[in-house]
Design a protein around this ligand. Sequence first.
Ligand code: SAH
Length: 402
Amino acid sequence: MKSILLRPGRDHSVLQRHPWVFSGAIAQMQGQPEPGETVAIRAPQGNFLAWAAYSPASKIAARIWSWNENETIDADFFHRRIQAALDLRRSVIPVEETNAIRLVHAESDGLPGLVVDQYADRLVVQFLATGVERWRDTLLDLLVELTGIQKVYERSGVDVRSLEGLAAREGPLRSIEEPMGDQAPFQPALIHENGLRFLVDPVHGQKTGFYIDQRRNRMRLGQYSAGRDVLNCFCYTGAFSIYALAGGAKSVLSIDSSAEALEVARKNSAQNGFDGSPMDWMQADVFQALRAFRDEGRQYDLIILDPPKFAQTAAQAERAARGYKDINLLAFKLLRPGGLLFTFSCSGGISAELFQKIIAGAALDAGVDAEIIEHLAQGVDHPVALNFPEGTYLKGLVCHVK
Ligand code: SAH
């Protein structure tokens, strides 16, 4: 069996069941495994530690499938892992809540590098590591078999694939040879969430099409919206805005820099019967718009800040921190007494602790007395395995201005 022998002292994290083996931990390769091939990870003394997928081009040289020597990494293994991921979602997300669900969340579901999102009768998949890339046909067969969903679209065109030495890959997969003509081969899906309806375009949309991870945070927002003037910054396709209106908001102004996202947002508004409601959409840079609003002396009762990832890595955290501070300071200035701020960070490089410090600094500099009334996180279909804290990325605070 091809093996990776670890350096002395570098077997610790594997014993603690962390799923990554860094290239610097390798003392010696035994055999010449191909990219994605299953190898045994061995302690310096040679004893077995885990089965893993080898990734020669990556700093993460191997991602662990299993710590059980008796387990064979084959189609049955992947069947068990996918089924377990599906079972978790079925047990914690009632069917009436939504049909837009992250079915597989990579490392945290024991399937390093595999992301699968369901949007009604479609799946969107990402193969983000050499291990799952090598098993892609098996995984696709199993996904179709276990979900009963036939239409699968790949959105693996993301930067992380290049770190693994893999080319970007996007397009329809499997049995979705729908009629071409002037019909796009992969139409947007219409999904439901807590009784609301949203269009999701897996082909042109951001990420895999929709920010599923904010579902229960949007629900929260809806519960706090009644009678409030709401400002939704970085609104994308308007999901928070529509929850706010459904929750009885007095008015909603939503800002995004993307014209395409706002076009879908308007359609979503119509889908939910909110045509003619006090709902405005604005294409602008949020940093500039908030400054202009401050200068005009505008005031709101509820502000949502859900910006894109400002920091990809811990190294970029400082620049990101300045960005978060800037928008949160401005938002605090725009809130009336009694107002609420829903503020988020999806940067993995910014810890929850640091994020809270940044928000505290923003309130201080804005001259505002505020308190945290809720801590928010990514949804239940984005679990964080206890042996993989890196799986945490989305954090949010609901702050009340006194
Ligand atoms: N809250 C949304 C997701 C937001 S994603 C939801 O629940 O669906 C971040 C959004 O910020 C994207 O739509 C992107 O187009 C937008 N964006 C990025 N930089 C921006 C900027 N400087 N000003 C305004 N919008 C920006």
